[in-house]
Design a protein around this ligand. Sequence first.
Ligand code: HEC
Ligand code: HEC
Length: 203
Amino acid sequence: MKTRSVVTMAFLLSLTAGVSQAGGDAEAGKARSAACAGCHGVDGNSVNPEWPNLAGQHPGYIAQQLSYFEDGTRENTTMAPMAQGLSQQDRDNLAAYYAGQKVKTGTADPELVEQGKGIYRGGIASKGVAACMACHGPAGKGNPGANYPALGGQHAAYIVGQMKGFAAGNRKNEAAIKIMKPIAERMTDEETRAVATYIQGLF
Ligand code: HEC
Ligand code: HEC
């Protein structure tokens, strides 16, 4: 039952996500990324755990999030100004550049990793929280066709921040509100930290 509803939801969202599939030019994106490197790293691996790695992320997801920051669908005072003045071609070029980089995986906190693994792979049945793996993949690679982002190797601090942000409604696009908000709302701080540290060590 649960698996079936997740699959149905995934199918419906893949129809409505409006994923940008236009081809970007990675070389042009690399040139443009000079403005981003101070926070996201030259190769898309950020040095501050509050700032997301972009390396290896799906290009459609990166380009789409950039337009959400620009129009306020995703609220963030640091990224909003960075996303202004980019054309669709700039977004696609930047996305192509970062998608082609390799994410550097971190390490998981040994005290929380088992609990986190259980949630990632099996969900929390008592609360109706679906397994993260169902959409983000067993190795955290996501699903480009459905525009489910890759998570593997992402900084735990950033993941925790986004889960809080989903719960608070900072990300207002349909997938965020319909899928991630109800998941994030049902998880305790400890459960969120546990799954985040597992993801940080996942590749
Ligand atoms: C001053 C630091 C800073 C700079 C410069 C910056 N970013 Fe960001 N970026 C952030 C932060 C912080 C976040 C997380 C925002 C949030 O919490 O929603 C973020 C998030 C993102 C995301 C969303 C990633 C995800 O996994 O959802 C993308 C895409 C992104 N930035 C692209 C860029 C690009 C492209 C540039 C250059 C044009 C850039 N950023 C410049 C700090 C920065
Ligand atoms: C039914 C599919 C589905 C399931 C199950 C799911 N996610 Fe997601 N997740 C998504 C989608 C879709 C997005 C992109 C939302 C958007 O566009 O803002 C997302 C985004 C995220 C992000 C933001 C990534 C970034 O780079 O900013 C995090 C973190 C996340 N999910 C964590 C989890 C965790 C942890 C679980 C399990 C407890 C989980 N997800 C379960 C579909 C899912």
